[in-house]
Design a protein around this ligand. Structure first.
Ligand code: ACM
Ligand code: ZN
Length: 485
């Protein structure tokens, strides 16, 4: 007889339906039979562990892969408990962001992140590859990106907070050259193959038109006022930089086209992230080229320039079979519905010049990936009693991450626009892989469960019970998972 139980198995995320029987099956010689069943939803699976063997039913390779992840977590000692599971995700976008610009983690760590996230049935690695402090992708025809834009003169010392708005922050820097750190085409292909095997789609992010200082320092002619960039390198401080791409300069537009064309040829995923956050308009206001562009294109004020370039790249990517995704403020102005938003300031606050709520985004017809900073920013403090690591600020406890609901505040008739959610590992104050793991796990376990189970999320107390075991599982794999409280 099968009974509903939630007591023994420590599965994360918890399957939508699980019934256990009595007894167990030795894992060693257990035969796993695979059945194709078109009635099972994409990424879903049915898993049956009985004394006579294990059966997995699915309609896709992803479902089969997720059944294998569940089976691995079910194993206790050398046996599987007798169990019947039916499972499928509520959301199709279940992601993590890694910021490889502020600090660089490298190929082996990226593969480890893919491995561990896929054990949690997460399927999107949002890879932040370009920013003011470093450009991490070798681009054919632009050799200075790998040579110059991937190296910065120094980095923040532990415990300090250098910021671009300070008059002088040189005393806060360590004076050590950081880089060259970048990925070659061969590196990317290796990572893509590794991710594909684990059903993780990589979403590369190329920031435009702001957060692009590293590239401008390599190619100053792409800025509104090139003389400001001459002799400079990537920034060593954090914050919002005013020197951005000159949208009046056809060469700057061509540069981004060349980069994105290469990205589309290299990355097979269906979407490309084009950034769009925190782009000050100060330089555009006084740049003769930007002013001429506005006149030529009939753009009434400077707010119209970013939507103009967004529209351009929506079309450019559509011609390559891709949709763009970008931070919520890139949807301000006249931007086609096919552009996907990534909502980071739900509930307000945060930096940047304007704010668009998730409800406003979906009312305009955009699909959205939710990554509200108050639930999903893994560089915010986690409220542990003893914590050796430095955080950017704010607070997101494990309980708060668990409370993440991507559809919060969205009426039922608009919820089809909510593709899912993700946790963001910004790395200004994350120096290395131990630091990264600590901030990511266990909060990313909570986010993984929130986006997989959705409306059937079991609750924080149940999650914590399973996490006691699951944390030990992660640590036994070498993951530097932080304590639960
Ligand atoms: C962001 O945190 N600036 C997207
Ligand atoms: Zn300009």
């Amino acid at each position: 007889m099968m009974v509903e139980i939630m007591l023994a198995a420590a599965l994360v995320p918890q399957p939508v339906s699980m019934k256990t029987g009595t007894g167990s099956v030795p894992a060693k010689n257990a035969k796993v039979a695979h059945v194709s069943d078109a009635s099972i939803p994409p990424e879903g699976y049915r898993l049956s562990v009985r004394p006579d063997g294990v059966t997995v039913a699915s309609s896709s390779d992803a479902g089969r892969f997720y059944a294998a992840q569940t089976l691995a977590q079910l194993k206790e000692g050398d046996a599987y408990p007798v169990v019947e599971i039916e499972d499928a995700p509520q959301y199709k976008w279940r992601g993590l962001l890694i910021d490889d610009c502020r600090h660089f983690f490298g190929k082996e760590k990226i593969k480890r992140v893919i491995d561990v996230m896929s054990q949690h049935k997460m399927n999107r690695l949002h890879w932040h590859l370009t920013d003011d402090q470093g450009w991490r992708l070798d681009i054919p025809g632009y050799p200075e990106l790998a040579r110059h834009a991937s190296v910065r003169a120094a980095s923040a010392k532990h415990g300090t907070r250098p910021h671009v708005n300070m008059k002088n922050y040189s005393h806060l820097l360590n004076g050590e050259k950081y880089g060259p750190f970048f990925y070659t085409e061969a590196d990317i292909k290796e990572i893509l193959a590794y991710a594909a095997k684990r059903h993780v789609v990589i979403v590369p992010e190329i920031e435009l038109p702001g957060h692009v200082y590293a590239a401008l320092s390599a190619y100053p002619e792409l800025a509104c006022f090139p003389e400001r960039l001459k002799g400079k390198g990537p920034l060593c401080a954090w914050g919002i930089e005013k020197d951005v791409l000159c949208l009046g300069n056809d060469k700057a537009v061509k540069f981004m086209e060349d980069v994105l064309d290469y990205v589309c040829r290299l990355f097979p995923g269906d979407v490309v992230h084009i950034g769009g956050d925190e782009c000050p308009q100060d330089r555009w206001k006084t740049c003769p080229k930007c002013q001429a562009r506005m006149k030529k294109e009939g753009i009434a004020d400077v707010h119209g320039l970013q939507p103009w370039i967004t529209r351009h790249f929506v079309k450019f990517l559509a011609a390559r079979g891709r949709r763009p995704i970008g931070w919520d403020e890139y949807l301000l102005g006249d931007v086609p519905k096919s552009a996907i938003g990534m909502s980071w300031r739900a509930g307000g606050g945060g930096a940047g010049h304007q704010f668009l709520t998730p409800l406003e985004c979906v009312k305009r017809g955009h699909d959205l990936v939710m990554t509200p900073r108050t639930f999903c920013y893994l560089d915010y403090g986690q409220g542990l009693k003893d914590d050796p690591f430095q955080y950017i600020g704010g607070k997101v406890t494990l309980e708060k991450s668990y409370a993440f609901n991507p559809c919060e505040g969205i009426p039922p008739e608009l919820r089809e626009h909510i593709l899912g959610g993700q946790g963001n590992n910004w790395s200004e104050y994350t120096w290395n892989e131990y630091d990264l793991d600590w901030k990511m796990w266990p909060r990313a376990c909570a986010i993984a469960e929130a986006v997989w189970t959705g409306d059937s999320k079991p609750g924080f107390a149940d999650f914590m019970r399973r996490m006691e075991t699951h944390r030990k599982r992660l640590i036994s794999q070498g993951v530097n998972c932080a304590p639960l409280r």
